[in-house]
Design a protein around this ligand. Structure first.
Ligand code: 4NP
Length: 163
């Protein structure tokens, strides 16, 4: 079984958007057995639902999953095969906490596709609603790349294939 954890700062804007969109892509393709979650490097919003602007964008795209913000835990590094950071600050925070033996699990989410030019999914928290739609568009493309990459290592139903 494969597993993916999306990480941003607060776990209320970008990473829950990625989690919802990735769950939706898996469901559209009838893929079960891939564990998906999201978390924040900070605990500011622990226990809260996603930001209303994230919920609005997801809802507009027909995506409805209950989600609750939580902070990254030490156990996440062992549990998740792919840990995908929204920006370089999130990645640096994760690198400082992750055991060296597991650090190859950490990636920038925008490096999911070959040739992706930008490194960071911009934090939309202090901006307007258009920033959230832009984040959705960036994630939509990047997550297709990650889906291919994760499925390359599975039998298509989420089970890891030997190699
Ligand atoms: P996120 O956005 O990291 O995409 O969830 C933020 C949410 C809250 C804060 C910063 C970024 N904050 O400072 O409270």
């Amino acid at each position: 079984m494969s597993s993916v954890l999306f990480v941003c700062l607060g776990n209320i804007c970008r990473s829950p958007m990625a989690e919802g969109l990735f769950r939706f892509k898996l469901a559209e393709r009838g893929i079960e057995g891939i564990e998906v979650d999201s978390a924040g490097t900070a605990a500011y919003h622990e226990g809260e639902p996603p930001d209303p602007r994230t919920r609005e964008v997801l809802s507009r795209h027909g995506i409805h999953y209950p989600m609750t913000a939580r902070q990254v835990r030490d156990a996440d590094f062992d549990r998740y095969e792919y840990i995908l950071a929204m920006d370089r600050a999130n990645l640096a925070d994760l690198q400082s906490r992750c055991p060296a033996s597991l650090s190859d699990r950490l990636h920038l989410v925008l490096h999911g596709e070959a040739g992706a030019g930008e490194s960071d999914v911009p934090d939309p928290y202090y901006g307007g609603p258009q920033g959230f739609e832009r984040v959705f568009g960036m994630l939509d493309t990047a997550l297709d790349g990650w889906l291919d990459r994760v499925l390359d290592r599975t039998d298509g139903a989420g089970r890891a294939t030997p190699r």
